[in-house]
Ligand binder design. Sequence first.
Ligand code: CU
Length: 165
Amino acid sequence: MNTQYWAMVVGGLLILALSGCSDDSGGNETRGDDASGARADATSGRDDLVQASVENFELVDCGDVEASTDIEVGPGFQYNPSGATVPQGEVVKWVWADEVDEEHNVVGGYDCDNPRSRWFKSESSAEPGVTFCLRFVGEPGTYGYQCTIPGHCGGGMRATVEVTR
Ligand SMILES: [Cu+2]
């Protein structure tokens, strides 16, 4: 065996070792989206809100239930009332206002940068009279929601539902 042969073997091993190390980083990033589950609405400016999870809400068909609280969606970037209350276990019904002229929706989470569509998400609609119903089965406390049409939440289209005993 000559020196050239050993140089080739050592060189080959080096290349293998280097390529084996090269993909250690990356692929493990966690993002502050729905995948993170029950993370607090940390940047929402509201530390009084319940750290909810999907189990706190039950999507129901508005045709099958009697809602105990109605909230109007729009017109403009608002829900009315913005601070609704509902007894625990009862249903909130969102109704798209007669004057609505652009798309809105109802999505869990108060932080505009971190909507929780996993908790609940209505359709996006610009149709007056559209409804969305949700039974609040979680612990008493204040729950946030928002409109995720770009610019709406930042423009003020977010609100809360307080669940009472
Ligand atoms: Cu909207």
